[in-house]
Design a protein around this ligand. Structure first.
Ligand code: URA
Length: 212
């Protein structure tokens, strides 16, 4: 797995205010949205394009446009929804699929509780968005699910990642033979006993949507 830590002063600035516990929910949502758009620019560096013949007012030229099938953006419910607008702002023609997965704590089997995805993902480039890569369990299950349905290129976009989560993805996805890339604004120190990223930003879902 390729790990890209997007290194830019604007990303560092927005991330600092996102982490700040004094940042209220509307500001948190706006900052997350802006940060995702900056991450999306980095994450789409290898989005597939094809030549496109056009006429400018001056003459003919061959430019580039996004290839079909169009990329698929997959927010992981619930907190991934807070990243969707920021991502599709740069990829307005992308399709959007939704995936909600959790682990049955008794059987340890992956349970899909929400799935709104095309059945066949053959040849699709997928952008999986989830703000916090903590233990990596949900993201690993989601990526495996997409690859088993044919996706052949996966980029996960997160605001923050824990080293434990990156190791878990590398371990749990080692048998998948498709390119997997992680783009994140920062890799933090560690996870605490409750599974929170340290220093992190707290519970991303709660800070985006309030505690429900
Ligand atoms: N999920 C969150 O929202 N925050 C963390 O720190 C870890 C997982």
């Amino acid at each position: 797995m390729r790990v890209i830590v997007a290194d830019h002063p604007l990303i560092a600035h927005k991330l600092t205010y996102l982490r700040h516990k004094g940042t209220d929910s509307p500001t948190f949502r706006r900052l997350a949205d802006e940060l995702v758009t900056l991450l999306a620019y980095e994450a789409t560096r290898e989005v597939r394009t094809e030549p496109f013949d056009i006429e400018t007012p001056v003459g003919p030229t061959t430019g580039m446009r996004l290839s079909t099938p169009k990329p698929l953006v997959v927010p992981i419910l619930r907190a991934g929804l807070g990243m969707l607008e920021g991502m599709v702002r740069l990829l307005p023609t992308a399709e959007v699929g939704f995936l909600g997965m959790l682990r049955n704590e008794e059987t340890l089997e992956a349970v899909t509780y929400a799935n709104r995805l095309p059945d066949d993902l053959s040849g699709r480039q997928c952008y999986v968005i989830d703000p916090m890569l903590a233990t990596g369990g949900t993201l690993a299950m989601s990526i495996r699910y997409l690859v088993e349905r044919g996706a052949d290129d996966i980029t996960a976009v997160t605001l923050l990642a824990a080293p434990e989560g990156i190791e878990a993805l590398e371990r749990e996805l080692a048998d998948l033979h498709v390119p997997i890339t992680l783009v994140t604004a920062a890799v933090d120190e560690r996870l605490d006993e409750q599974g929170y990223i340290v220093p992190g930003l707290g519970d991303a879902g709660d800070r985006l949507y309030g505690v429900v």
